[in-house]
Every structure is written in C-alpha cells, then in structure tokens.
Design a binder for this molecule. Structure first.
Ligand SMILES: NC(=O)c1ccc[n+]([C@@H]2O[C@H](COP(=O)([O-])OP(=O)(O)OC[C@H]3O[C@@H](n4cnc5c(N)ncnc54)[C@H](O)[C@@H]3O)[C@@H](O)[C@H]2O)c1
Length: 261
C-alpha cells in the first residue's frame, strides 16, 4: 500500500518542536522522506532517529532559519541528498515573553520576532522555490495562526503582525507560482496544547481558564490534529487548494458565543 505522500521529499522547519515533530512523524508514516530542520540540532536529530526507529525515513539539520547562508545551505543539502524537494513546511516560530501591546513591547523584541517568524519564511521561500520549480511543482505550507484572522484584547503585537504577514506572503506566492504547479497555503492553527501555548499564561490557571471558555469544543487542539491538516495540504489530495488561510482551530475563530456546558 502506498502512503499519502509516498516518496515525497519533505522539509520541516521547527521540526523538533511540538507541531513540527508531530508533522514530520505523520508525513514519514505516509511515505514521505523527511528532512527535519531546527535550531535545536540535538532535538532535531532525536526526532529523526525516533522516526527511523519506527521504520520511517528522516534526516536532521541544525539550522537557524534567520541566517540566510544557513537557510540556503539547508535546501542545497537536502536537494543534494535526495535529488529533489517536493514539500516545504515553513513552521519555525516563536512567541516571546514581553510581546504585548504596542506601548509596552520593546522595539528590539519586535524586531527579533519579525526576524524569526517572518523574515525566516521569506528566506526559506527564497531558497526553496528554485528547487520546487526545478521539480515541476510542489506544496508549501507556511505556519501562520488564527491570530492572523481575529483580534484580541490580549495582543502579542509582534507575533500577531508576523502571522498576518504570513497569510499575505503565502497568498502572493500561491498566485505567482500557480502555473508552475506550486501550491502555497498559510496554515492557521487555533490554540494547540504545546509549551509555546503555555508561555502565554505564565503558569496562571485563571488566565488559562479565561481563554479556554472561547473554545467551542471546550478544549484546545493537539499537535497531531495540526499534523493531519499539514498532511492533507502536502499531499496531492489538496491539488486544487492554494492561497488559503487554512484554519484548523476547533471553531474558535468563527465563534461569537460558545456552549455553556
Ligand atoms: N502552539 C500553538 O498554540 C500555536 C498556534 C498557532 C500557531 N502556532 C505556530 O506553530 C509553529 C510551531 O509552534 P509550536 O507550538 O510547535 O512551538 P515549539 O516551540 O514547540 O516549536 C517551535 C520550534 O521552532 C524552533 N525554532 C525557533 N527559532 C528557530 C530558528 N531561529 N531557527 C530554526 N528553528 C527555530 C524551536 O527550536 C522549536 O523546535 C510556530 O510558527 C507557531 O507560531 C502555534
């Protein structure tokens, strides 16, 4: 039996993190040959080793996605190793403490978040697109967030700005390269049970409860639920899906009120 991304060469940035590692594992389980790239080189290697132990194919790359030379090298190395690139999940991102409203957020923090969450995606696109063009097509999935589509009285102004930009960037790439067989979608997860999500609350259970009430299903998402969406967007099943802000959020973005119990 063939998998849903059988033989596709998939590059996952932030691949050692919660959503990235779950996705790398899911893609490998469906026949993808996965390159896991992360700043945390040891964790990337551990994620790849664990996939290999389970019979999947994965390799690891220690890469800072804000470093243009390192990003260029990543895609050149993956191409050299596998001979082509088919799927790029540009997913590395951070939510930094101190990112809040415009008055209190320091400029250097703002600039740092833009570098890690937004410029990194530009760099990945810059150096991966030539290989997708060479391959005659491919699928790009850029991780945005539901915060690109709705407002909050508890802003993380730099983070929110970068995620809005990811939706715009993804749309332009989708349209520009549509006739070259390249699709590009912005993945917009709602709140997912990860350490990144927990950083919002700083361990405050009251703040967590206040947020939880907005989730129609009464719970946040799991990394494997996001991985399933990426698998769909990576596979040929989504062959007519491009340029979207692809929401996977348990209904939170479109909820005006939520059930009481
Ligand atoms: N967790 C959520 O609730 C949620 C919701 C919406 C969107 N997202 C987005 O999903 C993506 C993944 O988030 P996550 O929850 O898995 O977080 P995570 O912290 O578990 O994973 C992020 C990964 O990115 C890596 N990384 C950070 N800076 C990097 C750099 N400069 N170069 C290379 N790698 C770097 C980290 O080492 C980490 O492994 C992020 O873009 C995040 O903004 C998360």
């Amino acid at each position: 039996m063939t998998g849903r991304v059988e033989g596709k060469i998939c590059v996952v940035t932030g691949g050692a993190g919660s959503i990235g590692a779950a996705t790398a594992r899911r893609l490998a389980a469906e026949g993808g040959r996965v390159a896991i790239a992360d700043l945390a080189a040891d964790a990337a290697e551990a994620a790849a080793a664990s996939i290999r132990t389970d019979g999947g194919e994965a390799s690891a790359y220690g890469v800072d996605v804000t470093d243009p030379a390192a990003v260029e090298r990543l895609y050149a190395d993956v191409h050299h190793r596998y001979g082509r690139i088919d799927v790029c999940f540009n997913n590395a991102g951070v939510l930094l403490e101190g990112d809040s409203d415009p008055i209190s957020t320091p400029l250097d923090l703002w600039l740092r978040v833009l570098q890690i969450n937004q410029t990194s995606v530009f760099l990945c696109l810059k150096y991966q697109l030539p290989y997708l063009i060479e391959a005659g097509g491919g699928s790009i999935i850029n991780t945005a967030s539901m915060v690109a589509l709705q407002g909050a009285a508890t802003p993380q102004i730099a983070y929110d700005a970068t995620k809005g930009a990811i939706v715009t960037i993804s749309r332009d790439v989708a349209i520009t390269y549509a006739r070259m067989g390249i699709r590009c979608n912005a993945l917009c997860p709602g709140p997912v049970e990860t350490p990144l999500y927990q950083t919002i609350f700083g361990g405050d259970p009251e703040a967590l409860a206040r947020r939880l009430v907005h989730n129609p299903m009464g719970r946040v998402g799991r990394p494997d639920e996001i991985a399933n969406a990426v698998l769909y967007l990576a596979s040929d099943e989504s062959s007519w899906t491009t340029g979207t802000a692809f929401l996977v959020d348990g209904g939170i973005t479109y909820a005006y009120t939520t059930p009481e119990s």
